[in-house]
Design a protein around this ligand. Structure first.
Ligand code: H79
Length: 445
């Protein structure tokens, strides 16, 4: 009894090909927001502007013409993509998403379809090419962020009210298609596109075009991964079509939020993108509100992986191309943890254990091992573990030290594993090897 749709989902369930399997196993990614907004860094004429730094052009306090003139100041002499890629690699990043064009329309690549690119800035060099090369060299897959909404292009419309709006927006669609073709042609190792700025009425009324565009891009670059933010169906539904089926390759609504339960993602592949402070993606010199620590970020990472999702942490480099101290420190701390505990994150997903209060279970798809990522250590240091039916724990080791931890059977399937006492700087991870009850009996003989 489904509604017939020409431009709804074209697939039921998740993709089953190897490119998507590869995406699913990343675990940890990096997001980078960089553009003209990094130059004012949340301030205008010396005054802080509320809201996200990358949205400053839309603030009442900012004259858009004056904002666009920032292009004459874009000269990031400290831009060092090799160092950026090394930092990402050392953090344990498997993929990166980089803003080629944010809502302001400024292109970090030499687009021949725009007069508002790095070629009109004093820098005059492609930012994207050396970025892709440096990251790929470190074995990190590159995804390109692209905002459909473009405040600089006069043909952009929020809503199509008149015939002339539609005529302008048709030109805009052609421009969008051209820019995307250009990106995939210039950077052929691109693994996927991360779309944004697709929530306006004009785009929701362009379901057929969004469908054709997605299919065209995938034909151009087979295997390309595109999340659910690009598409609308012909009825204006986004993410899920009128029949409740996901359009695109993964659920892409998890921006600065994590599903409470795995049921919320409806079995689809998904990714969470997260900021370090509250809602700041581009560089903001004034980080107000709560700023997350590395352990909080690692908890979010483990939480996402335990629910089968990838976790992506955002960085907002300064206008000169350097990273702020806070981000450099976080990347190091996360990297130190990942170097020891990465096997609980990469190619890992949901486990069949019942969740406990101390943290999250993940399970490796390659080794079949189960991991306990521990955040809330009880005063007793005793961690409750309920083993699924027909399974037994064959070994329980602390990652890093390989120390075997005491295991005590309580009753039924309930056990306690005792963590060593003492102050912990970072979350502990315990590796569990499980065997079936039958195997255990054989071993006992
Ligand atoms: O690039 C980062 C953000 O700048 C961008 N997505 C991340 C990855 C983003 N910003 N806001 N949003 C996404 C959500 C959109 C919020 C909106 Fe609105 C609510 C758009 C329209 C209504 C707030 C109110 C912004 C404009 C009016």
């Amino acid at each position: 009894d489904s509604i017939p749709l020409r431009h709804g989902a074209h697939r039921i369930g998740n993709r089953t090909d190897s490119d998507m399997a590869h995406w699913r196993d990343y675990g940890l990614g990096q997001f980078i927001h960089w553009g003209l907004y990094a130059i004012p860094g949340g301030f205008w004429h010396g005054q802080p502007v509320n809201g996200a730094a990358e949205w400053i052009r839309s603030s009442k306090k900012v004259d858009p013409k004056e904002y666009d003139a920032l292009i004459s100041q874009f000269n990031p002499v400290k831009y060092d993509p090799v160092a950026w890629a090394l930092m990402a690699k050392n953090m344990g990043t498997k993929y990166v998403t980089f803003t080629t064009k944010h809502h302001d329309g400024f292109c970090l690549w030499p687009s021949k379809y725009s007069d508002f690119t790095i070629m009109q800035s004093p820098w005059k060099k492609d930012i994207i090419k050396p970025f892709v090369e440096a990251y790929n060299k470190q074995g990190i897959d590159v995804y390109l962020y692209f905002s459909i909404m473009d405040w600089h292009n006069p043909d952009w419309r929020y809503e199509l009210k008149t015939k002339s709006d539609s005529v302008a927006f048709d030109r805009f669609k052609e421009f969008t298609k051209n820019q995307l073709t250009e990106l995939l042609t210039l950077y052929p190792t691109t693994k996927g596109l991360w779309f944004d700025g697709t929530w306006d009425k004009s785009w929701k009324a362009s379901g057929a075009f969004s469908d054709e565009l997605e299919q065209y891009l995938k034909k151009l670059r087979p295997g390309l991964v595109i999340g659910s933010r690009l598409r609308a169906d012909e009825k204006g539904n986004r993410h899920l079509d009128a029949n409740g089926r996901l359009m695109g390759d993964y659920h892409q609504v998890w921006e600065r939020k994590i599903p409470e339960t795995i049921a919320e993602v409806k079995g689809y592949d998904w990714e969470c993108v997260m900021t370090v402070p509250e809602n700041q993606w581009g560089y903001n010199a004034r980080w107000s509100g709560h700023v997350k620590s590395s352990s909080e970020i690692i908890e979010m990472l483990a939480n996402c992986v335990s629910k089968g999702g990838n976790f992506v942490l955002n960085f907002g480099p300064k206008g000169d191309g350097s990273f702020r101290e806070e981000e450099i420190r976080l990347a190091k701390e996360i990297g130190n943890w990942m170097a020891v505990n990465g096997e609980a994150i990469y190619a890992a997903g949901q486990s069949d254990f019942r969740k406990e209060d101390w943290g999250y279970y993940t399970k490796s798809k390659t080794s079949g091992k189960t991991y306990m990522v521990v955040f809330n250590t009880p005063v007793t240091n005793m961690l409750k573990v309920n083993i699924p039916k027909n399974q037994k724990i064959a070994s329980q080791k602390l990652l890093g030290s390989k120390q075997v931890l005491p295991l005590e059977h309580i009753e039924g399937r309930m056990h306690y594993i005792r963590l060593p006492g003492g102050v912990r700087q970072q979350p502990a991870v315990i590796e569990l090897q499980l065997i079936s009850d039958d195997q255990k009996k054989e071993l006992d003989v």
